[in-house]
Ligand binder design. Sequence first.
Ligand SMILES: [Zn+2]
Length: 241
Amino acid sequence: MQQQYTEKMTFILIAMIGLILGSFSHTLAYRLSHALPLFSKRSHCDLCGEPVGIVALIPIVGYLWHRGHSTCCHKPIDWMYPVIELASSMVFFAIAWHNPSLGIMGLLMVWWLGLLVMGLTDYWTLQLYDSIMYPWLLVSGLICLIQGEWFFAVLGAVVLVAFVFGLARLLEVFLKKPTMGEGDFYVLFGLFLALRGASTLGVILIGSLIGILLGVVLKKKELPFVSLLALGAGVLLCFKV
Ligand SMILES: [Zn+2]
C-alpha cells in the first residue's frame, strides 16, 4: 500500500517537473529565436515587455487563471504555451513509465527537451542553434552507448542520413528549391542514435502525417522538418521506447 502511494507520488512529481521544464524550454527557444538575453532576472510579457506576475508564471495554472490573457496589456497569450507545457508533462510521465532505468530515463527527458527547443526555433526562425544541437547530439550518443550495440546504431544512422540526403537532393532538382538544411541531417542522425531504426521511422511517419494534416487539411503554415520530428517524437515517446 505504502509502496503504491510512493510510486503514484513519484509519477505525479515527474509530470510536474515535465510541466516546469517544458515551460522553461519554451521560454529558452523563444529567447533564442528572438535574440533576447537568455537569462534575465524576471520574465517579461512577450507582448508589451512589462514584468510578469507570479501567478502568470505557473505553468498551465497561470494561463487558465488569467483566462488566456496577459494581466498587463490584456492581450491573448499564445495557446502554444499551455499546450507545450502539457505535452512535456505527458512525455515525461511516459518516459518514466516505460523506462525503469534511472540513467536512460533522465537522459531521454533531457533529450526530449533539446528536441523540443530545436523544433520551436526551427518553427519560428527556420534555424537550429549550435548551442542546443551539439549538446543534444552528445546526449543522443550517450543514450546510444548505454543501450549497447552502438556500432550498428551508428552504421544505421549513417545509412539513413545518406539515403535521406540523396532523396532531398533529388527532390531539389525536381522542385527547384532547397528542401532540407544541414542541421536537419544532424537531427536525423541523433534521432537514430537515441531511438534506433524502427522508432526513427515511426517518428518520421507520425511527423509527416501531422505535417500533412496541418498543411493540407487545415491549410496551416507548412511546418519545418525538425518541428515535425519533435512532434513525431513526442507522440512516439508517449506510447513507446
Ligand atoms: Zn503585456
